[in-house]
Design a protein around this ligand. Structure first.
Ligand code: NI
Length: 382
């Protein structure tokens, strides 16, 4: 396959995935398709205990380390509104985060590696990870032993606000830790005109929402980053009844594990204290998501070199408060995660999210070149 043929093949792969999106942990057809595309080029598939997702491997002719490339493969429960000729054929499901792009690029990298297998020193393992959006895909892959022997890992995410040809590479924190909370305030219902006989959870919730905004503004250093958002309130049934209870939900995002722990502690103090002040019982649910995504310095430097070799413009990207479960891999092996320019018209998770497909082949070459460099320049020697 020459470069032009490879590019049009990767675009057709991406369009196929785009038309048939599957949600986290339901990527059965996606898994079958990825296996077929890899086996078409006689690429080895590793045995796994995963019900969805694929791990492929290309062993070089010469001995050397194992490095990994990771792509995610799942879609979102969103009704697509792009109007594209290859828009989703599955109502209510959409590749609105561009994981179809990541998958196509990683298949492209696999093809390029396969062609140069005879000159390779070591092995490249390509992880097509399920359930990035929800469902603990990265942990499943790690618990299944797929990182065993891996000395370094790379991954990327498309970035709609960066032009094609640009790549964001940064050592240190790039994406945030994700925590979710769920609060139930138990008051006591009463007639709206006789509040002294009840305990009004709506009033308590009002105070609580206001007080929670002090967690970041009065407790986190202005030189650190954190955000706390209350995003859902459920309570009450009509205009003249004070309800028994009220539910609040929201999320906290942080870049630093110390800040993350401090915010959680202060959150609990405020919620419990406000509940006590208003004579309410309270139940707090705290659901920790991925840790902060912290890129390794030497691997990032190798990725910069690889990017420049393929004429990508390397920039220092602004970190994102969004989360990404690639961070779990980085807790196990050194690696780096790149933001790849795709010149989209909307942000991730938007129903009209698009990307410029000319970035796919560039991403394939970047992943290929980075993994080859990582084989030849062991991370520990830097
Ligand atoms: Ni994503």
């Amino acid at each position: 396959m020459n470069t032009t043929e490879l590019e049009s093949h990767l675009i057709s792969i991406r369009r196929h995935l785009h038309q048939y999106p599957e949600l986290s942990n339901e990527e059965f057809e996606t898994t079958k398709s990825i296996k077929k595309w890899l086996q078409d080029e006689e690429i080895d598939i590793r045995k796994t205990g995963l019900s969805t997702g694929v791990v492929a491997e290309i062993k070089g002719a010469n001995p050397g380390p194992i490095v990994a490339i990771r792509a995610d493969i799942d879609a979102l429960p969103i009704v697509e509104q792009t109007g594209l000729p290859y828009a989703s054929k599955v109502k209510g499901k959409m590749h609105a985060c561009g994981h179809d792009f990541h998958t196509a690029a990683a298949i492209g990298a696999s093809y390029l590696l396969k062609e140069t297998q005879a000159e390779m020193n070591g092995t490249v393992r390509i992880i097509f990870q399920p359930a990035e959006e929800s469902g603990g895909g990265a942990q499943k892959v790690i618990n299944d032993g797929q990182l065993e022997g891996v000395v370094a890992i790379i991954g990327l995410h498309n970035k709609p606000d960066l032009p094609v040809g640009t790549i964001g590479l940064k050592d240190g924190p790039l994406m945030a830790a994700v925590d979710r909370f769920h609060i139930v305030l138990y008051g006591k219902g009463s007639h709206a005109a006789i509040p002294q006989h009840g305990k009004d959870p709506i009033l308590a919730a009002g105070h609580l929402i206001t007080a929670l905004q002090s967690v970041v503004s009065r407790n986190v250093s202005p030189l650190q980053s954190a955000v706390l958002s209350v995003t859902k309130i459920v309570g009450g049934s009509t205009w003249n009844v004070i309800p028994d209870d009220i539910i609040l939900e929201g999320t906290v995002r942080t870049f630093d594990n110390m800040v993350r722990a401090d915010v959680k502690a202060k959150f609990y103090t405020i919620v419990e204290s406000i509940a006590t002040a208003f004579s309410h019982e309270v139940k707090i649910g705290w659901f920790p998501g991925p840790p902060p995504l912290d890129n390794h310095k030497s691997v990032t430097e190798i990725a910069r070199y690889a990017a420049k070799k393929h004429s990508l413009k390397v920039i220092d990207p602004e970190p994102s408060m969004a989360g990404e479960d690639f961070s779990y891999y980085l807790y196990n092996v050194p690696g780096t995660f790149a933001f790849f320019g795709t010149n989209g018209n909307e942000e991730w998770h938007h129903p009209a999210f698009t990307l410029d497909e000319s970035a796919i082949i560039r991403a394939a070459y970047f992943l290929y070149e980075s993994s080859r460099e990582l084989l030849n320049r062991p991370v520990t020697s830097l």
